[in-house]
Design a protein around this ligand. Structure first.
Ligand SMILES: O=C(O)C(=O)[C@@H](O)CO
Ligand SMILES: [Mg+2]
Length: 254
């Protein structure tokens, strides 16, 4: 599969009602989209929006459904195993209807060895019950965007992936978080390339569109073209009309 651009419909076209964003993405030329939290509407409605636009769904997040104000996941919370298992049952129902290729499993707010062990066990269980063809993703989130979040470093993610040791658990690389955490998103991409199965784009420090901040996108896109063949999703705050921020789609292919 070549590099395929995708639009994150939780951040792009956020001024439109949720279901209208699918139409806007298709009109802008996208064939693939991702949605962080599709749980506020029945899966059938999202399914219809995908179908009427011929769009492929790349990724959804594992709950919490109440992301705005709710805890950012339970996978790494010691004692939260039952809640995690309950959440995953809901995720699988949405996966069955929407057929995303990937599910980002959110860790939650925690720290220390017990949290790491809990995260690994929960990932193993979820990986064993994931439908064929669905990959579970883990993603380090920077403290500036997600204070207290357990998974906040790419070396930590590599250790967790090694401990989970499952072929359907992989790393989600986000240029915004990688640059904020480690200061050089390109170096992070190259170092962890073998574990990366999904790429998201945003610039620092404000999570703006590619080209508005400090990430070296020329170098990142060269590195992607040199050996990455998955989806590359715009996950940033457009700060205006989304259509005016899509120069990265053409630049990816140059
Ligand atoms: O915040 C990000 O970056 C993400 O990719 C989300 O999946 C977290 O909800
Ligand atoms: Mg991301």
């Amino acid at each position: 599969m070549p590099i395929t651009p995708a639009a994150n419909l939780s951040l792009l076209w956020s001024e439109l009602p949720y279901l209208d964003r699918f139409d806007a993405a298709a009109q802008a030329g996208f064939g693939a989209v991702e949605v962080l939290f599709p749980y506020d509407v029945p899966a059938k409605e999202t399914q219809r929006a995908l179908l009427r636009n011929g769009l492929e769904l790349v990724l959804i997040n594992a709950p919490p459904p109440n992301y705005t104000g709710g805890a950012p996941g339970y996978a790494a919370i010691p004692g939260g195993e039952a809640r995690f298992a309950h959440d995953m049952r809901r995720v699988w129902r949405y996966v069955e209807a929407l057929r995303p290729k990937m599910v980002h499993v959110m860790a939650g707010e925690a720290e220390g060895p017990a949290a790491a062990a809990t995260f690994v066990e929960n990932l193993k269980h979820a990986a064993a019950e994931a439908p064929q063809g669905v990959t579970l993703m883990i993603e380090p989130l920077c403290p500036q965007a997600k204070p207290g979040y357990f998974l906040n470093d790419y070396a930590q993610a590599a250790d967790l992936l090694a401990a989970a040791d499952a072929p359907n658990v992989a790393l989600q690389f986000d240029s915004f978080h990688a640059q904020m955490i480690h200061g050089d998103a390109v170096a992070v991409f190259k170092k962890y390339r073998q574990s990366i199965r999904h790429v998201q784009l945003g610039d620092t420090p404000d999570r703006g569109a590619p080209g508005t901040g400090a990430v070296d996108f020329d170098a990142l896109f060269s590195a992607l073209r040199a050996g990455y063949d998955g989806f590359v999703s715009g996950e940033y705050h457009p700060g205006g009309a989304t259509e005016d921020t899509l120069g990265w789609v053409a630049a990816l292919g140059e």
